[in-house]
Write a protein that binds this ligand. Structure first.
Ligand code: C5J
Length: 222
């Protein structure tokens, strides 16, 4: 088995059992006029990771390994949107309202789509999730079990919200989780740094962290 140079210690990597998780790389979080901006964030910060996520995506495709894209979104009738989530805070646009890219975080709307640079191929799994975590109210567990996946390599946005929530859900379900330091981003650099520290503290209590180049190197071994 290959090992990946990771923190707090080497990650034992079995690529045939490792899925690439690309969390919520959606226009609503990365582009102007979407949910991220409606919440008052500088969305341009998130674009920095697109090349790294793209390199991992191409590598997983080249090795014909499992790729899971997730999208935070709700049904058009909003029946899966709790009032507590809809009404929280004072965003310029709430979930379900109409913005420049269509209805905010509603399935099928232009703003809800994954950004063009990382667009899923037809054979890749796309999980539409109403929560921050990708296991809540989805069939992700069944998909991973049916493919014999035991390791998850995490990329995407935002580090401390949907990425961390999904990673913690996965850790509790027995998956070995590796968070890619330069392929995840937050609107708040200090929150990203704190999340990386929290994940790998206390002997990898939630999982490991590593850099894209080291993961690509691990992928090149049989
Ligand atoms: C947020 C996400 N931040 N994908 N969603 O609301 O992290």
């Amino acid at each position: 088995m290959a090992t990946i140079d990771a923190r707090p210690f080497a990650f034992p990597f079995d690529k045939r059992k490792a899925a690439l998780m690309i969390i919520d790389m959606q226009r609503d979080f990365l582009e102007h006029g979407g949910f991220g901006e409606a919440l008052g964030n500088d969305v341009t910060l998130l674009g920095a990771i697109v090349p790294a996520v793209g390199r991992l995506l191409q590598a997983w495709r080249a090795h014909d390994l499992t790729i899971i894209h997730t999208m935070e979104c709700h049904r058009p009738d909003l029946s899966d949107l709790p009032a507590a989530k809809r009404d929280r805070g004072e965003p310029k646009l709430r979930i379900g309202e109409i913005g420049p890219m269509g209805r905010i975080l509603v399935a099928g709307e232009p703003g809800t789509e994954i950004i063009a640079a990382l667009s899923p191929r037809g054979d890749e799994i796309v999980i539409e999730k109403p929560g921050k975590g990708a296991f809540y109210a989805t069939n992700l567990s069944e998909i991973l079990k049916s493919r014999g996946i035991t390791q998850l390599v995490f990329t995407g946005v935002t580090t401390e919200v949907c990425v961390q929530t999904t990673m913690r859900e996965a850790n509790d379900r027995g998956y070995e989780c590796l968070l890619v330091e330069d392929a995840t981003e937050s609107y708040f650099p200090n929150f990203k740094a704190a999340t990386l520290d929290m994940v790998r503290a206390q002997g990898a209590i939630v999982g490991w962290t590593a850099l894209t180049n080291d993961i690509l190197q691990g992928l090149s071994h049989d």
